[in-house]
Ligand binder design. Structure first.
Ligand SMILES: CC(C)(COP(=O)(O)OP(=O)(O)OC[C@H]1O[C@@H](n2cnc3c(N)ncnc32)[C@H](O)[C@@H]1OP(=O)(O)O)[C@@H](O)C(=O)NCCC(=O)NCCS
Length: 209
């Protein structure tokens, strides 16, 4: 029986593995330093934005995770919060060895363009699903539902009127549509193109609670 529990710092490697499996950073990002920064950006960057950080495990093995911005506690303390956290992430990108400065600049511009385009579609939200992934071998068994149902209940309990999520053509946006999330906007993101290695078409969905 799969059970839910809070994320712990010692889950980092396993969660990074699940994220890498879902978005294949090691496969499509040629340079290992770039893949490492991308994985860190996804897992630690999302955690730092999240007050809800849950994993689902079976027999002691973590099979999935959902991080969300809404919660009644503090954001996860991994040293990447706020301005200092953003600077630390920036330092990791700039300091990555064996990766040309022109490429780094291209990534920084892409991240900035993404953030501007996203804001033009939907303002930053305090209920965003910041990260969701289930082990490929365990999909279709209801684990994603367990994680999402819990987050929806939490948001309802907090009196929130909607949940937001950003996703893209490479990700399983059908899962959200199945839940009744409505696509409220689409934008072209050079960051999605770099990170996910897909078309760059990025979607914002909203679930009215
Ligand atoms: C999205 C994801 C977490 C779903 O996890 P999962 O454990 O396979 O999902 P579940 O088995 O709990 O499915 C829950 C429901 O969604 C439905 N569903 C899942 N994917 C679907 C799709 N593409 N289209 C329609 N329905 C879908 C299931 O049929 C199930 O329906 P039911 O509960 O009414 O019977 C998983 O596919 C994943 O990790 N994908 C890669 C990463 C990703 O895309 N993350 C989300 C986008 S940011």
């Amino acid at each position: 029986m799969a059970t839910l529990r809070d994320y712990r710092p010692d889950d980092l490697d396993r969660c990074t593995e699940l994220v890498n499996q879902a978005w294949d950073f090691d496969g499509h990002l040629e340079h290992p330093a770039v893949a490492t920064v991308a994985k860190d950006f996804y897992v630690n960057g999302s955690l730092a934005e999240s007050r809800h950080y849950r994993v689902v495990e079976d027999d002691g093995v973590v099979l999935g995770l959902l991080f969300g911005a809404a919660g009644d506690g503090a954001r996860f303390d991994n040293g990447y919060q706020g301005l200092l956290g953003a600077l630390r992430m920036l330092g990791r990108l700039i300091g990555a060895r064996g990766w040309g400065s022109g490429e780094k600049l291209r990534w920084l511009r892409a991240i900035r363009a993404h953030s501007v385009a996203r804001r033009s579609v939907l303002a930053p939200s305090d209920t965003e699903v910041t990260l969701l992934a289930v082990d490929a071998a365990a999909r279709g068994r209801g684990l994603g539902r367990q994680l999402m149902d819990e987050y929806i209940d939490l948001c309802r309990g907090l009196g929130k009127d909607r949940i937001t999520v950003e996703t893209d053509t490479h990700s399983n946006f059908g899962f959200y549509e199945h839940y009744g999330f409505e696509r409220v906007g689409t934008f072209d993101s050079p960051m999605t193109r770099l990170f996910a290695g897909d078309t760059g078409e990025t979607f914002v969905y909203v679930l009215d609670l």
